[in-house]
Design a protein around this ligand. Structure first.
Ligand code: AMP
Length: 293
């Protein structure tokens, strides 16, 4: 395994693999502090691709003022050890200056999907995400790029970006990996005290309650939202930021749930830590889902 810090080196290595060796390249973009969620993506990349590149880059452009960019957990030594065990071929761990050299002034904005949910709470977040992913896709030109459904909105935005900007990459989105408690695994869980970890399970519990209400026949999105709100409000250490019921493909807010795949997405603070989670209420059977475009 090689750790690459330079964009130019990464680019020439990837070009060589594709052109001279005719091998497929899989990209797993991460911000490091790796956990089982990331590793599920790495495992699938390893299964599907000849060569696996994992990027470890805490992207300043996707953090707002007052967010946790400075404090975000970083441990490249541990990440490297984990990725060695997973037979990853390359870690691309550039510095901020390497991705955003002096004079950098081109940003990518995926309109329509970026403004609501996370985008409303974190203005500019997805502009930062779309920009860095564009730089990574252009540098590496992977055949496949792997993302988690944990960041459902991000996954939709990346699919749109890849389609609109005609990248020759297939986006693969994989399910949310959870603790036994149901808590969605996240690097930010490291911020939680053990009491807060217990409290944080309320987020998934609230989503499960919502799904139960849906399964029992509730189709009014506002009543489903109330189920989530009431469950989270009952946990003293948790504070709801938003809960939204939306079309899982367009993110259009829904009043009534119909046949369309429907996403219910939550962001909540537990103590000072902001966590997100989601689920699809009316999972469409695999054979009914159109192949991603
Ligand atoms: P991050 O390092 O938080 O930027 O995440 C890198 C990638 O891992 C993103 O595509 C995330 O959606 C994905 N990811 C993070 N947590 C999980 C999880 N619990 N389950 C599945 N994928 C995840």
């Amino acid at each position: 395994m090689e750790i690459i810090n330079r964009r130019q080196r990464m680019s020439s290595v990837a070009r060589k693999i594709r052109r001279e060796q005719d091998r497929t390249v899989g990209l797993v973009p991460t911000m490091g502090a790796l956990h089982e969620g990331h590793l599920s993506l790495v495992r699938e990349a390893r299964r599907m691709c000849d060569v696996v590149v994992v990027t470890v880059f805490v992207n300043p452009a996707q953090f707002g003022p007052g967010e946790d960019f400075e404090h975000y957990p970083r441990d490249l030594t541990r990440d490297t050890a984990l990725l060695t065990d997973y037979n990853v071929d390359y870690i691309f761990a550039p510095t901020v200056e390497e991705i955003y050299p002096k004079g950098f002034s081109t940003y990518v904005n995926v309109e329509g999907l970026s403004e609501q949910l996370e985008g409303a709470s974190r203005p500019g977040h997805f502009r930062g995400v779309a920009t860095v992913v564009t730089v990574l896709l252009n540098t590496i030109r992977p055949d496949f790029a792997f993302f988690g459904q944990k960041d459902a909105q991000q996954a939709l935005i990346i699919r749109r970006l890849v389609k609109d900007l005609a990248f020759d990459t297939e986006v693969v989105v994989l399910p949310i990996v959870r603790e036994d408690s149901g808590l969605a695994i996240s690097s930010r869980n490291l911020y939680l005290t053990s009491d807060e970890q217990n409290s944080a399970t309320v987020i998934h519990k609230a989503l499960v309650q919502a799904k139960k209400a849906f399964k029992e026949g509730e189709r009014n999105a506002h009543r489903i939202i109330d189920v989530v709100r009431n469950t989270i409000d009952a946990e003293p250490r948790a504070r709801l930021d938003y809960v939204t019921v939306a079309d899982a493909e367009t993110l259009e807010k829904l009043d009534r749930i119909d046949e369309r795949p429907t996403l219910i997405a939550v962001a909540a603070y537990v103590g000072k830590t902001r966590l997100i989670d989601n689920l699809i209420l009316n999972k469409v059977k695999k054979k009914d889902v159109a192949a991603p475009q």
